[in-house]
Design a protein around this ligand. Structure first.
Ligand SMILES: CC(C)(COP(=O)(O)OP(=O)(O)OC[C@H]1O[C@@H](n2cnc3c(N)ncnc32)[C@H](O)[C@@H]1OP(=O)(O)O)[C@@H](O)C(=O)NCCC(=O)NCCS
Length: 328
């Protein structure tokens, strides 16, 4: 086969655009918004990020790009892991292109000392797609089963008034991306619980430490790429951050939002903070972006509380997601 695997410089805009088109074609079978808009990818893939290393691979046949690979490596914690994604142009499937991309991504990951490769495959609810047998063929195990859910804002508006979003005894504070000074330290403490408190199945991920400096740097990166992290925090009577949730909207796509993180401190669970926080973020998102059409989220199927909250808001499952893992 005359297909070459090459590393791509994301600052080469023509090459990046060809890479983006392959990914878009390979994910076009999926519902919802499976692939970023060109403007979103163009900005995000080139942005410097000291927290995450990105490698892009291209499968080239003559002058055409027929496959695209993506490796992301966390650079602050979980240094033993990397995420590998392969996309084959639909008219070139089953020629071994996906296999060569993943093998090359794994070589790069292992060369960087990574011992666990992770990936994701999206399936129609109750059904399957090429990525599932492909993952098995590449030696990946299913570490967690999740669902992708989408909320049509028209559905949200229809249920909104019936939702009791009270958080007795707690104060809900909202902001766009930049956390108020007085809460940033406590916010970091809560963020540090994410990896241990969010159900991750068998995924081999460890906790992280979020200092105020790290939070501020992350906020600056979001501002720089035009991403608005519309955040709601529940403040406990003692002033501590008891829970947080966000909806993200990019300047380059004001029609689609995405839930980022949601977490309630175990010490403050059972006060309906999950629902109150989500109603607050969705209200802010709608007020800020009246043209918003949909918001999507993903949760582990075993995460019963979060799933109940999402259902109450009007979220519907549009896909299943397999979180995959392989020891290198
Ligand atoms: C999954 C995907 C990357 C496979 O790409 P590909 O170039 O067709 O894969 P390969 O030809 O290298 O297949 C390698 C092996 O995977 C398995 N496989 C791949 N597609 C399959 C399918 N549709 N049905 C059954 N087995 C399949 C086979 O065992 C195959 O080996 P074989 O052809 O010798 O039998 C491609 O379908 C795609 O881009 N899908 C959308 C994105 C995605 O899901 N990516 C995977 C997770 S990141």
């Amino acid at each position: 086969m005359a297909v070459d695997i090459e590393q791509l410089n994301p600052r080469n805009e023509a090459a990046l655009r060809a890479w983006w088109k392959v990914g878009r074609a390979a994910t076009a079978y999926r519902p919802g918004k499976p692939w970023p808009l060109w403007e979103q990818s163009r900005v995000a893939l080139r942005a410097d990020n000291p927290e995450r290393g990105v490698v892009l691979l291209a499968a080239i046949d003559g002058r055409e790009m027929v496959g695209a690979g993506l490796l992301t490596r966390p650079l602050v914690e979980n240094l033993h892991t990397a995420m590998a994604f392969a996309y084959t142009r639909p008219d070139r499937e089953r020629e071994g292109i996906g296999r060569r991309l993943v093998e090359e991504l794994e070589v790069i990951a292992a060369g960087d000392g990574r011992t666990t490769a992770q990936s994701e495959v999206y399936l129609p609810p109750g059904g399957t797609a090429a990525g599932e047998p492909f993952a098995t063929a590449m030696g990946y195990d299913v570490a967690s089963r999740e669902s992708i859910k989408e909320l049509a804002l028209t559905d949200y508006l229809a249920t909104r008034d019936a939702l009791s979003a009270r958080a007795d005894g707690y104060r809900i504070v909202t902001f766009d991306t930049v956390c108020p000074d007085e809460h940033v330290e406590s916010f970091g403490r809560l963020l540090g619980m994410l990896m241990t408190e969010v159900p991750l199945g068998e995924l081999d991920l460890t906790a992280s430490e979020w200092t105020p400096e790290r939070i501020r740097a992350a906020e600056r990166r979001q501002v720089d790429i035009g991403r608005h992290v519309l955040t709601a925090m529940a403040i406990a009577p003692d002033g501590g951050v008891a829970g947080v949730s966000d909806v993200r909207v990019d300047d380059t796509d004001r029609a689609h939002g995405q839930v980022g993180i949601t977490i309630v401190d175990p010490a403050h669970r059972g006060h309906r903070l999950g629902l109150a926080l989500k109603v607050a973020t969705h209200d802010v998102a709608l007020a800020s972006y009246p043209g918003l059409v949909s918001v999507d989220t993903s949760n582990a199927d075993v995460n019963a509380h979060m799933n109940a909250v999402n259902e109450a808001l009007g979220y519907r499952t549009i896909e299943n997601l397999l979180e995959l893992q392989k020891r290198l």
